[in-house]
Write a protein that binds this ligand. Structure first.
Ligand SMILES: NC(=O)c1ccc[n+]([C@@H]2O[C@H](COP(=O)([O-])OP(=O)(O)OC[C@H]3O[C@@H](n4cnc5c(N)ncnc54)[C@H](OP(=O)(O)O)[C@@H]3O)[C@@H](O)[C@H]2O)c1
Length: 320
C-alpha cells in the first residue's frame, strides 16, 4: 500500500512539473502582449481579412474598445459569420460592419473605397492584414502574381484611395502586417510577375518585403501630415494561412503540433493591436514592430531607392 502511495505521489509531482513547464513554454511562445487600455470610442477602423485568423482577433479587440469596425472581407458570408461570432463573444461594445473586398481585384478595391468614402466620415486606423501564403503559381483578376497582387498591390491601392480621408482624420494610423521572412529576400523588378521562374516561398517573402518598403515610403511621403505608418511581424501563428502549405491528410498531426509550438491567433494579433492603439508609438511613423516592441528594419527593408521604385512601379501597375 505504502509503495502505491509513494508512486502516486511521484506521479503527481511529475504531472505538476510538466504542467508548469507547459504553461511557461506557452507564455514564451505567445510572445509580447499589448497592455494598452486605450479606448477607441468614436473611431473608425478598417481591418482587411477579418473573417478568420489574426484579422478576426484584431477586429474583436477594436470593437471591444468601442471602435466602429469595418470588416473588409472577401466573402460576405464568412465575414458576417465572423461578425456574429465576435458580437456573441463581446455581448455588445463597438459596431461591426462587414464590407466586401477582393484584394486580388483592383475593381473590387475601388468599389470598396467608393462605398466606404460615401458612408464614412473618418478613418482612424487602416489595418492591412489580409494575406495569402505559399500559393501555387496563379494570378489575380488583373494578371498580377497572386502574392504580390493580394498582399501588396491590393493594399497599396486601398491605402492610396483612402489617403485623403486618413489625412483629414487627426492622428490616423496605417498598419501593415508583414512577416520576418521579408529579411530573406530582395525585390526583382524584372520579374515581379514571375514570368521567368516561380517559387512559392520566394513570392510570399517578396510580397512581405513589399509591405515593409511600402510602409517606409508611405511614412516618408506623409511626414508631418498626422499619419503614422507602421509595419510589423506577428511571429509564427496557428491560423488558416497554411492552407496551401500542408495537405489535408497531414492536418490531424500538424494541427495539434502547431497549436503547441506557435502562437494562437489572439497572441499573433497583439503587435497589430499595439500598433493600432498604443499611445507611446504616436509619432514613430516608419517604424517596424515585433512582439509589441520596435525592431530594427533589415537592410533590404531600409533601402530608400528600392522603396521609391516600388512605389512608382505599384502606381503604374494599379493605375493610380
Ligand atoms: N500565420 C502566420 O504565421 C503569419 C506569419 C507572418 C505573417 N503573417 C501575416 O499575417 C496576416 C494574416 O494572416 P493569418 O495568419 O491570420 O491568415 P488567415 O487566417 O489565412 O487569414 C487571412 C485573411 O486574408 C483574407 N484574404 C486572403 N486573400 C484575400 C483577398 N484576395 N481579398 C481579401 N481578403 C483576402 C482571408 O480571407 P478568406 O478567408 O476569404 O480566404 C483571411 O480573412 C497575413 O498578411 C500574413 O501574411 C502570418
Amino acid at each position: 500500500m505504502d509503495a502505491w502511495v509513494e508512486r502516486a505521489g511521484w506521479l503527481a509531482l511529475y504531472a505538476l512539473i510538466l504542467g508548469m513547464a507547459f504553461i511557461l513554454w506557452r507564455k514564451f511562445v505567445e510572445g509580447g502582449v499589448c497592455r494598452s487600455e486605450e479606448r477607441m470610442d468614436g473611431k473608425t477602423v478598417i481591418v482587411t481579412g477579418s473573417n478568420t485568423g489574426m484579422g478576426k482577433e484584431i477586429a474583436a479587440d477594436m470593437a471591444s474598445r468601442g471602435a466602429r469596425v469595418i470588416m473588409a472581407c472577401r466573402s460576405m458570408e464568412r465575414g458576417n459569420k465572423a461578425a456574429d461570432d465576435i458580437r456573441r463573444k463581446l455581448g455588445g461594445g463597438g459596431t461591426l460592419i462587414v464590407q466586401q473586398i477582393d484584394l486580388g481585384s483592383l475593381k473590387s478595391v475601388r468599389m470598396f473605397c467608393k462605398t466606404f468614402l460615401k458612408t464614412e466620415k473618418r478613418l482612424d486606423v487602416l489595418i492591412n492584414n489580409a494575406g495569402v501564403f505559399f500559393c501555387p503559381q496563379m494570378v489575380t483578376e488583373d494578371g498580377f502574381e497572386y502574392h504580390f497582387g493580394v498582399n501588396h498591390l491590393g493594399h497599396f491601392l486601398l491605402t492610396n484611395l483612402l489617403l485623403e480621408l486618413l489625412k483629414k482624420t487627426p492622428n490616423s494610423r496605417v498598419v501593415l502586417v508583414s512577416s520576418f521572412t521579408y529579411n530573406f529576400t530582395s525585390l526583382d523588378f524584372d520579374n515581379l510577375n514571375y514570368k521567368h521562374s516561380y517559387g512559392r516561398m520566394q513570392a510570399y517573402m517578396r510580397s512581405k518585403l513589399a509591405n515593409v518598403l511600402f510602409a517606409k515610403e508611405l511614412a516618408r511621403r506623409t511626414k508631418g501630415m498626422g499619419i503614422d505608418v507602421f509595419s510589423l511581424n506577428p511571429g509564427g501563428v496557428h491560423t488558416d494561412i497554411t492552407r496551401y502549405l500542408l495537405p489535408q491528410w497531414a492536418m490531424p498531426v500538424c494541427d495539434p503540433l502547431m497549436a503547441l509550438t506557435i502562437k494562437s491567433p489572439g497572441a499573433g494579433a497583439q503587435t497589430a493591436i499595439y500598433c493600432a492603439v498604443a499611445s507611446e508609438v504616436q509619432g514613430m511613423s516608419g517604424s517596424y514592430f515585433s512582439d509589441c516592441k520596435e525592431k530594427a528594419v533589415g537592410k533590404d527593408g531600409m533601402n530608400e531607392g528600392v522603396a521609391k521604385k516600388l512605389w512608382e512601379v505599384s502606381e503604374r501597375m494599379t493605375g493610380l
